[in-house]
Ligand binder design. Structure first.
Ligand code: PGA
Length: 243
């Protein structure tokens, strides 16, 4: 049975001291569940805190971004090798904030996925349409392009996760309807089966919280969540994880 993945994206929140306090309170109550995985994406600076606090835990963690070279003159960047060295197992790629605020392109996401897979880390490729793309009925075309270009260097024999995050639902409190989500997840699922002959886990992200998570979890082809705001509080993360 495939596990349901509960992933928290902390974005630019929490110092390493705050991360430490969060993990202490999370671990006091957290009990592993056979059918669920828990994964957190803190700031780079909190990764060493995660490494020591989670040494004996089943909770996995990763970077929110990386560069596609493993070393060199790339001021301000962090490589997959550096992430691996602090025990990271995953890395987000192409989050909509990276795309819109920092100009990350589909080509960049393709190179990052390749570098991460070569280093033995699992990329989580984020795709999703803006509000105007949805209004113009180009949602599926936008996502198809993000997938074709973003996955162009991927090795499908290695682990890879996708996350559908409608940009208009991120941090806005506007949750996509179950039907919106089902339509896009089914599209991504079928696209990957037909084009790559593979079934990849597809997370949903965008204003997931402790109140709406059970309803969203029941949507067909939703294999997990990528949670921003609601992952910052241990109690709400525990509720979404299910214990
Ligand atoms: P949100 O963020 O849950 O705060 O909407 C989701 C994300 O950006 O991954």
């Amino acid at each position: 049975m495939k596990k349901f993945i509960v992933a928290g994206n902390w974005k630019m929140n929490k110092t390493s001291q705050e991360a430490d306090a969060f993990l202490k309170s999370l671990l006091e109550k957290l009990k592993p569940k056979a059918a669920r995985e828990l994964l957190l994406f803190p700031s780079f600076l909190s990764l060493p805190t995660f490494q020591s606090a989670l040494a004996k835990s089943f909770v996995q963690y990763g970077g929110q971004n990386c560069y596609f070279a493993n070393m060199g003159a790339f001021t301000g960047e962090v490589s997959p090798t550096m992430l691996k060295a602090v025990g990271a197992t995953h890395c987000l790629v192409g989050h909509s904030e990276r795309r819109t605020l920092f100009g990350e392109t589909n080509l960049d996401t393709a190179k990052k996925i390749q570098a991460l897979q070569e280093t033995g880390l699992t990329p989580v490729l984020c795709v999703g349409e803006t509000e105007s793309e949805r209004t113009n009925n180009t949602t599926l075309a936008v996502i198809e392009k993000q997938l074709i270009e973003g996955l162009s260097q991927s090795d499908f024999s290695k682990p890879l996760i996708l996350a559908y995050e409608p940009v208009w639902a991120i941090g806005t409190g506007k949750v996509a309807t179950a039907e919106n989500i089902r339509e896009v997840h089914a599209f991504i699922h079928q696209f990957c089966e037909q084009k790559y002959k593979i079934q990849l886990p597809i997370l949903y992200g965008g204003s997931v919280n402790a109140k709406n998570c059970r309803e969203l979890e029941a949507v067909e082809y939703v294999n997990g969540f990528l949670i921003g705001g609601a992952s910052l509080d241990p109690e709400s993360l525990l509720t979404i994880y299910g214990g």
